[in-house]
Design a protein around this ligand. Structure first.
Ligand code: SAH
Length: 346
C-alpha cells in the first residue's frame, strides 16, 4: 500500500487522476491529510465510492502517542511516538516568545556516534519517511493544542544522513495547502556532513543551518565526534564559508560545553580565528548529563562566552527547557528501550 502522506501535491493529483478523479481532488485530500485526518472516512467532501477506492489503494500513517510528558516548569511538552512498525521516536514542543517550536526527529536512532549524545547509543535502526517527519508536526499540534509556527530538525537522527527525505518533508511542510510553515521558520542541525551542506548551499533554501561544532580543533573533535574523521573540522569550516557566500545566511554553531574537553580559552580563540570573514553565531549549550557518557558539564560557560565576545563573536547560552522531563533528544526513547529490556528479562 502506498503511503499517501509522503506524496507531494503534484504526485497526489497524478495518483488520483490515475483513479479517474479530477485534478482538484488532489488538493482536497492533501489538505485533509495535512490537517491531521486519520482515515479517509473523515474526508466528508469526498463521495463514499471515492473514499472506498482510496482506502483500497493508500495508507494513512498515524503515530501513536505512547508517552507524553508536560514540564511543570515551562510547559514544554515531550512526546514518544510509536510508528507503524513499532519503532519509537521523540518530538518536543517548546513555548518561546516568538512562537511555539517543535523539535523533530529525522531517523530512528542515529549512526553518527557522538560520544556525549543519547540518541546514538544503540545506533541507527532506519530512516524516517517524509510522512513520519510531517506527522510529528501535525499530530504534536493536534494533540497539544499548541499552534506550531517554528520547526527545528534537532531531534533524534542526522538530517543530512537522510537528506532526500528531509528535502521532501520541507516541500510538504512549506506548502500553502498544508501546514504552510515558511523556510525562515525552520532550522536544520547537522553534525557536519559536508556533501549535504554543499547540496543545501546549491539549493539556497532560506532555512537556518546549525552546525554542531563542539570543538574547533581536529584532535578534540575527532575524539568526541567520529564524523570528524571523515569530514575534518577545517574542511567543515571551509564548507560553512562557502555556504554563507552562496546563501548569505548566517550559520549558527552549536557548542555543548564539556568539562575539561572543549571549554579552554585557546579553543574560544581558535573558533574566532576560524570564523573570520563570516558572521557566525555560537550557541553554548550546557551539557545534558547522559548516564552512558564519560563527560560532565563544564563550569566555564560564562568565561568561554566572554572570551568569544572579546573577539567580537556573538555567543549566547541556550536556556534549558523541560529540565524536569528528560527533554533533551534521545533520552526518553532510551529510557523506554531500557524499560522494555527490563520487562523482557523478567
Ligand atoms: N544530528 C544533528 C541533530 C541532532 S542533535 C546534529 O548533530 O546536529 C541536536 C543537538 O544536540 C546537536 O547539536 C547535538 O550535538 C546536541 N547534543 C547531543 N547530546 C547532547 C548533550 N548530552 N548535551 C547537550 N547537547 C547535546
Amino acid at each position: 500500500m502506498t503511503d499517501i502522506k509522503s506524496m507531494t501535491l503534484p504526485e497526489m493529483t497524478a495518483a488520483l487522476s490515475a483513479l479517474g478523479e479530477p485534478a482538484f481532488r488532489g488538493k482536497q485530500v492533501f489538505s485533509w491529510l495535512h490537517r491531521g485526518a486519520e482515515s479517509f472516512e473523515e474526508m466528508t467532501n469526498l463521495s463514499k465510492a471515492l473514499r472506498d477506492k482510496l482506502r483500497a489503494n493508500f495508507l494513512i500513517t498515524v503515530p501513536k502517542p505512547v508517552r507524553k510528558q508536560v514540564s511543570q516548569l515551562d510547559g514544554t511538552v515531550k512526546y514518544l511516538w510509536e510508528l507503524g512498525d513499532g519503532n519509537c521516536i521523540e518530538s518536543v514542543v517548546m513555548q518561546y516568545h516568538h512562537g511555539n517550536t517543535v523539535c523533530i526527529s529525522s531517523q530512528v536512532g542515529c549512526r553518527m556516534g557522538c560520544e556525549f549524545c543519547a540518541s546514538t547509543v544503540a545506533g541507527k535502526v532506519r530512516d524516517l519517511t517524509p510522512s513520519e517527519m510531517l506527522d510529528q508536526v501535525i499530530f504534536t499540534q493536534k494533540d497539544s493544542g499548541l499552534e506550531i509556527s517554528n520547526i527545528v530538525l534537532m531531534g533524534i537522527g542526522e538530517p543530512l544522513d537522510n537528506l532526500d527525505t528531509v528535502l521532501k518533508f520541507l516541500e510538504l511542510i512549506n506548502h500553502p495547502d498544508g501546514m504552510n510553515i515558511g523556510m525562515r521558520h525552520i532550522s536544520l542541525s547537522t553534525c557536519g556532513i559536508i556533501p549535504g551542506i554543499q547540496r543545501l548551499a546549491e539549493l539556497s533554501l532560506q532555512l537556518t543551518l546549525s552546525v554542531s561544532l563542539h570543538a574547533p580543533d581536529s584532535e578534540t573533535r575527532s575524539r568526541i565526534m567520529p564524523v570528524n574523521r571523515a569530514y575534518d573540522v577545517d574542511a567543515l569550516f571551509e564548507a560553512c564559508h562557502r555556504y554563507f557566500d552562496r546563501t548569505g545566511r548566517r550559520i549558527s554553531f552549536e557548542y555543548a560545553m564539556i568539562d575539561g574537553v572543549n571549554d579552554h580559552d585557546w579553543q574560544a580563540d581558535l573558533i574566532a580565528k576560524k570564523l573570520r570573514g563570516m558572521p557566525g553565531h555560537v550557541n553554548l549549550i550546557p551539557l545534558n548529563d547522559v548516564v552512558e557518557s564519560p563527560f560532565r558539564p563544564s563550569k566555564r560557560i560564562g568565561a568561554f562566552q566572554a572570551r568569544l565576545s572579546s573577539h567580537g563573536i556573538t555567543a549566547t547560552v541556550r536556556r534549558s527547557l523541560g529540565g524536569d522531563i528528560d527533554a533533551s533528544c534521545g533520552q526518553l526513547r532510551r529510557k523506554a528501550m531500557e524499560e522494555q529490556k527490563g520487562e523482557n528479562r523478567q
